[in-house]
Design a protein around this ligand. Structure first.
Ligand code: FES
Ligand SMILES: [Fe+2]
Length: 389
């Protein structure tokens, strides 16, 4: 599924790299990271058109539990119906448009009632009550029920798609195959059944693409990630785990676990194979998910782009249920990637202000170990209807 090419893309988006030395290719121009008009196009043609990883399924432990999330320009209400199925709706009252749920999360007994004129919807979205509704027998309870959104569960997360005709979910799975070579490799980590040991939410003052670009390369690792390069010495060379298909970065010889000081981690996830042991794999699932796999836990990032220069990142550290339930100390493993996140997000925030500098009007450059980011830029351009550069 591709965005319609009918709308305008600003001229500066079609930068060419013809005048650059062979070692370098151009990034997107500065405006791509600052222009609210371009951001609105990205919301429409990327976040509202593709599968979007919204919440951890365990955040909806029983019927009536709900969470609201921003997907593109829309607020989406995600809940669980009486039959335990997950449902997602536009968080918009069908009467006169009031936002139905203003809380980020909560629980209702059996229905959502609009706080304005009390139109009331059951967990399947059907309009079940409203003042004087019985005097309006011609009002369809389903037709004027909540508008639903496509839902899938995968890896223990609820993915939603706002498109009228959602693309096949296979496109999402394919992102993992492209990176790891197959789907079995990720199944070994049994992510569905891991539990959230820690969640940290970061409010990053940077464009979502800067965060993806940063995640895709390791040219910066030696400079800003002292703890990570200690644990994964090959990262000091600047080649990201995402550079080669199927490659996982190996732990250093005297490293016992994926922890802030290289000390012992937790119990290995039973399905993790011998050749995945003592290795770190990183996957980008476009447009807004990063997954990091290590033998004893999984670090799962979801980005919620909220403005051209602001992105909220929710990061879950997932462990075996035994580890979480027994209250084992996970702080050293959490601290490693929490530091990495802060180091990365600081770097992105340091870059964001320069995106509107006139010096960056035509963008910056990518060195060979970052050239694969060029394919990400081409992909963004194609989604917005521009020709690849
Ligand atoms: S806007 Fe919701 S009941 Fe009137
Ligand atoms: Fe980094």
């Amino acid at each position: 599924m591709r965005a319609s090419p009918a709308h305008d893309v600003p001229e500066e988006c079609t930068v060419t790299s013809t005048s650059l030395p062979d070692s370098l290719i151009a990034t997107l121009p500065g405006a791509s990271y600052t222009d609210p008009g371009i951001f609105a196009q990205e919301q429409e043609h990327i976040f509202e058109a593709m599968w979007f990883c919204a919440v951890r399924a365990s955040e909806l432990p029983k019927p009536g539990a709900f969470r609201t999330v921003q997907v593109g320009r829309e607020s989406i209400l995600i809940t669980r119906a009486r039959d335990n199925s997950v449902r997602a709706y536009f968080n918009v009252c069908r009467h006169r448009g009031a936002r139905l749920c203003t809380q980020e999360s909560g629980e209702v007994k059996r229905a959502f009632q609009c706080p304005y004129h009390a139109w009331t919807y059951d967990l399947t979205g059907k309009l079940v009550a409203a003042p004087n509704l019985t005097k309006m027998p011609d009002v369809g309870r389903t037709e004027y029920g909540l508008a639903s959104v496509a839902v899938r569960e995968w890896l223990g997360y609820v993915w939603v798609c706002l498109a009228e005709n959602p693309p096949p979910f296979d496109e999402v799975v394919q992102e993992v195959v492209t990176r790891l070579g197959d789907t079995e490799s990720i199944e070994h980590y049994d992510i569905d059944n891991l539990q959230v040991g820690r969640r940290i939410t970061y409010d990053v003052k940077a464009n979502w693409k800067l965060i993806i670009e940063n995640f895709m390369e390791c040219y910066h690792c030696a400079t800003i990630h002292p703890e990570l390069t200690e644990v994964l010495p090959e990262f000091a060379d600047g080649y990201a785990a995402q550079y080669y298909v199927g490659h996982g970065a190996e732990f250093g010889e005297d490293i016992q676990g994926f922890t802030v000081d290289g000390s012992e981690g937790l119990d290995r996830i039973p399905g993790v194979s011998e050749d995945q042991d003592r290795r770190y794999y990183a996957i980008t699932v476009r447009p807004q998910v990063f997954v990091n796999l290590v033998p004893d836990h999984v670090i799962f990032h979801r980005m919620y782009p909220v403005a051209a220069d602001r992105t909220v990142v929710e990061c879950d550290w997932l462990y075996l249920p035994d580890v979480v339930q027994s209250g084992k100390d996970v702080s050293r493993s959490v601290e490693l990637f929490d530091r990495v996140n802060r180091q990365d997000f600081d770097a992105c925030e340091r870059t964001q202000p320069a995106m509107s500098s006139r010096l960056y009007a035509k963008g910056g450059v990518l060195v060979p170990s970052e050239h694969h980011i060029g394919a990400f830029h081409d992909w963004v351009q194609a989604r917005l209807g521009a020709q690849p550069r």
